[in-house]
Design a protein around this ligand. Structure first.
Ligand code: 5GP
Length: 190
């Protein structure tokens, strides 16, 4: 399952919760951005240097990678294909550029079970309030994320599901129901 949406919509929290309940594996991405307070290397992200990230691109380790808000982010092939082969669902919290690459990939297993969810903020004003209230980014970083959000939301019609964020409880119930429904689809079950 690919989950995209502007920074601050709560998509990472939704993915994490579903994985904590044992429903799926969270694909831990690599990034060149600095860890936020409380973030753990290997759990939230693999925090890499620019040189290490570029070397991994060269070795073909990424399933997809992109530059987001001025930093590099990438999904490791090992997380996606190894888990899917074992029958484990994988959640990828990735941006719209990454989703384009996943859609275009030639992995038959990924194509067969790919589900794409776009999490939309109730409004850009509310998104601004949530991002600023989070207190994890500088005012400059919040401004950049808000600027990018306006472009990102244009992508929602390319996804299978659009989830307009409301309360945390509502969002989670809707989000989980997408996974549950997808698992019952006949082409996947046979
Ligand atoms: P943050 O810095 O807030 O953790 O993430 C910023 C943005 O990068 C989010 O939209 C998130 O979905 C995206 N992102 C995180 N990991 C990846 C990845 O592996 N690939 C891509 N393309 N985007 C990612």
């Amino acid at each position: 399952m690919v989950v995209s949406g502007p920074s601050g919509t709560g998509k990472t929290t939704l993915c994490r919760k579903l994985c904590e309940e044992g429903e799926a594996i969270f694909s831990v991405s690599c990034t060149t951005r600095a860890p936020r307070p409380g973030e753990v290397d290997g759990k939230d992200y693999f925090f890499l240097t620019e040189d290490d990230f570029v070397a991994r691109i060269g070795r073909g380790e990424f399933f997809e990678h992109a530059n987001v808000h001025g930093r590099r982010y990438g999904t490791l092939k090992s997380y996606v294909t190894d888990n899917l082969k074992r029958g484990i669902d994988v959640l990828m919290d990735i941006d719209v550029q990454g989703a384009v690459q996943v859609r275009a990939c030639d992995d038959a297993l990924v194509q067969r079970c790919l589900t794409q969810v776009f999490v939309l903020p109730p409004s850009l004003d509310e998104l601004n309030a949530r991002l600023s209230g989070r207190g994890t980014e500088s005012a400059e970083a919040v401004a950049l994320r808000m600027k990018n959000a306006a472009d990102e939301v244009e992508h929602w019609p390319r996804y299978d599901y659009a989830l307009v964020s409301g309360s945390r409880e509502e969002d989670y119930a809707r989000f989980k129901s997408i996974l549950v429904e997808q698992r019952m689809r006949v082409p996947l079950a046979v």
